[in-house]
Design a binder for this molecule. Structure first.
Ligand SMILES: [Zn+2]
Length: 72
């Protein structure tokens, strides 16, 4: 019954997509991103004054996620 496998994958993908798109709005950029002036191509480096972590944002936008709490 391949249709069951396809349905399972679709449901799993929908849940993953839904939860993945929901997380950034829940904890939306709690950090205090300060641009360091360093950039590589379109990626601008920022330093989080809140938790002292560096992040990269594209086209001058601040990073959307904080790596604090990711176990690093
Ligand atoms: Zn932070």
């Amino acid at each position: 019954m391949p249709i069951l496998i396809v349905l399972t994958l679709l449901v799993a993908a929908a849940i993953w997509f839904w939860s993945g798109s929901r997380v950034p709005s829940v904890r939306r950029n709690p950090c205090d991103w300060q641009p360091t002036g360093f950039r590589t191509g379109p990626m601008h480096e920022f330093n989080c004054a809140h938790c002292g972590i560096k992040g990269f944002g594209k086209d001058g936008k601040v990073p959307t996620v904080c790596k604090r709490g990711l176990g690093r």
